[in-house]
Design a protein around this ligand. Structure first.
Ligand SMILES: [Zn+2]
Length: 275
């Protein structure tokens, strides 16, 4: 048991989220028990997650989806996706974006942010940004107070963070808590982490229990977004529950995914549908 706890403690992981030694140490959250740690998406105050590595190789089955047909499979089993610009691209620890992929239509959505100055992470792809604006307007009309925290993150930025962590902690240790470049959904420009003043703008699982978090879980799909890392799907997505991480897929898919209560991996055929 002790070993398991130690392992979990050490298995920090970030959803492509930066763990920057300069401002986010490998510290444990003060109050969060290990079992409910989150993956700390671009949190200022690191909220590390215990990651559950995906170990099924079925994800790469080339028959499951047209998306996989031209994907490039590396020797270590990781796949470089061939459709980075698709609204239904599935990116995870095994399915990387090309290192040179930069969305062409990045723009800053007109929504409140948790910081005022421009930063690349304010950006999303145009269609996703417009959808986010609609979502924020609707939430506001329901008396809620959503705040955007982190959207686009470039491959280079993720690499910088990862490499710096390798310098400081070594590769083996770094892989336990810092996402490798290319594996972050934030590089698609289709993801945005959202939070609220009530959360003191932090990204934490308790957000799911706030009015804002509950509203998102119920309504995000109406605007084309899915809660990408849902509860109980760690073994499929590779990440623990993240009520704050919105991923744009367009209204039709988001509604289907919501109604069928599936992960994107299952919905797009990269993982067998769980019972
Ligand atoms: Zn995120």
């Amino acid at each position: 048991m002790k070993k398991v706890i130690i392992y979990v403690l050490m298995s920090f992981s970030l959803v492509g989220c930066s763990l920057d030694p300069s401002n986010a140490e490998k510290e444990q959250p003060e109050e969060t028990p290990v079992s409910s740690q989150v993956s700390g998406d671009e949190v200022e105050k690191e909220e590390p997650a215990s990651s559950v590595p995906q170990n099924d190789s079925e994800d790469e089955s080339s028959e499951q989806s047209e998306q996989t047909n031209d994907d490039v499979v590396a020797r270590d089993g990781t796949v470089t996706v061939n459709n980075p610009e698709s609204l239904n691209v599935v990116v995870n620890k095994e399915r990387k974006l090309p290192s040179n992929y930069i969305p062409e239509d990045l723009t800053v959505p007109d929504v409140p942010f948790s910081f005022s100055e421009f930063a690349p992470k304010k950006q999303m792809r145009k269609e996703a940004a417009q959808a986010l604006e609609e979502l924020f307007t609707a939430a506001q009309q329901d008396g809620l107070d959503l705040v955007a925290a982190s959207g686009y993150r470039s491959y280079d930025r993720q690499k910088q963070i990862y490499d710096r962590n390798v310098d400081v902690y070594g590769k083996e240790e770094t892989d336990k808590f810092s996402a490798r470049p290319g594996t972050s959904e934030h590089q698609t420009g289709l993801a945005m982490d959202v939070t609220s003043a009530q959360m003191a703008f932090k990204l934490n699982q308790s957000f799911g229990k706030t009015d804002e978090g509950e509203w998102l879980a119920e309504h995000a799909h109406e605007y084309g977004f899915v809660i990408r890392y849902i509860k109980g799907s760690e073994d499929i997505t590779g990440y623990t529950y993240e009520p704050w991480h919105l991923r744009y897929v367009g209204k039709q898919y988001s509604t289907d995914v919501y109604e069928q209560e599936l992960t994107l991996e299952e919905f797009f055929g990269f993982h067998p549908v769980s019972e």
